[in-house]
Design a protein around this ligand. Structure first.
Ligand code: SF4
Length: 75
């Protein structure tokens, strides 16, 4: 994502440079632990739900968990 389109919360993301962890299904638990300590978790999850992002852990939630959240919202 380039600077012009990058949302402000990204400046506070603690997963900077950790893409390998966040986009590897074998590392889901480790990625979630990083999210748990992230100050912009809610903004990140919101972004991933709105887009929606179809890969990786965002805002402490996996793709499947985000789909569940969206399904619940639409009911
Ligand atoms: S909530 Fe997780 S994926 Fe989102 S910015 Fe924070 S550490 Fe990264």
């Amino acid at each position: 994502m380039d600077a012009a389109t990058s949302p402000a919360w990204r400046d506070h993301a603690v997963c900077e440079g950790l893409d390998d962890l966040f986009f590897d299904d074998a590392c889901t638990d480790a990625a979630k632990r990083v999210c748990a300590a992230c100050p912009v978790r809610n903004a990140c999850l919101d972004h991933a739900l709105r887009r929606p992002e179809r890969h990786g852990v965002w805002g402490g939630a996996t793709v499947e968990e985000r789909q569940q959240i969206l399904r619940r919202r639409h009911h």
